[in-house]
Design a protein around this ligand. Sequence first.
Ligand code: ATP
Length: 319
Amino acid sequence: MKKIAVLTSGGDAPGMNAAIRAVVRMALHNGLEVMGVQRGYAGLVNGELFKMDRSSVSDIIQRGGTILRTARCLEFKQEETRIKAANILKAYGVDALVVIGGDGSFMGAKLLSKLGVKTIGLPGTIDNDLAYTDYTIGFDTALNTALDAINKLRDTSTSHERVSVVEIMGRDCGDLALYAGIAGGAESIIVPEKGYDKDDLCRVILEGKANGKMHNLVLVAEGIGGSNELAKYIESVTGIETRATILGHIQRGGSPTASDRVLASRLGARAVELLMEEKTCRVVGIRNNEVVDDDIDEALAMERKFDDKLYEIAKALSY
Ligand code: ATP
């Protein structure tokens, strides 16, 4: 192993820069050369590679987004595109590629490894939707961003004695909504893993009002969606003024939390160690606070477990 490359792919996540920094610095520490690839697989196919040194990753650990930029590249699903990518890496003398992204990006990495490029994946997504790792890089920062917004909405919701419906990102994974809900003291948390009944929700809101609650926070995961319609429905049934707020892409930005920076540094360093051991087609993650690595196929086949216990606690604490 002499030369590696690193790219970020799929949706951006805070902490991707800390992961890039860890990969670059650990590679240099081990005497490897490093190239950065801009704009994910799209940039790889276009030959957007450049040499990176220590200073290429100076002053980025605290920055959100990704200095390498990211992109979605649908053509990468076609073998001829991947062959082109493998040939470009070969032309640059690159032996291995570290891919920071989500499950789609890992699939691309797996298929690329079949063409002789060693690949290692790092979980960069705010959604926390990868079963093989307890946490993904970006989740904690997005959670804290959502929590900050919820705290502010609670102030205005209380002042006006309104119901506040807040839509949180996470796509089909309810973790962001669940954690933000429990940390923000939400009255109701609606996630795809559990579903909900609209009329039950209205009953809980009315009971809360009768018990003297000054506000009511309803968190809705992106995978459920329809927050504006839900707010109208709640208002029509309960007679309580209800506003919906969709937090949206705000949750993808911002300076990464300490937790995300530490996680990114640990996982990034491990990715390089694996490559030094000539490992390929693996993803790095964290389970029970131990850094682990798994075969990409096995990792993608693992079934995500929703934290039912935490959901029940959130419910019990909300009355
Ligand atoms: P996020 O969770 O943030 O959406 P992701 O990595 O899952 O991240 P995707 O858009 O699904 O995001 O995938 C990123 C890129 O990975 C795609 O644009 C494409 O280039 C590549 N990719 C995705 N799926 C495949 C596949 N089945 N085969 C080859 N490449 C793929």
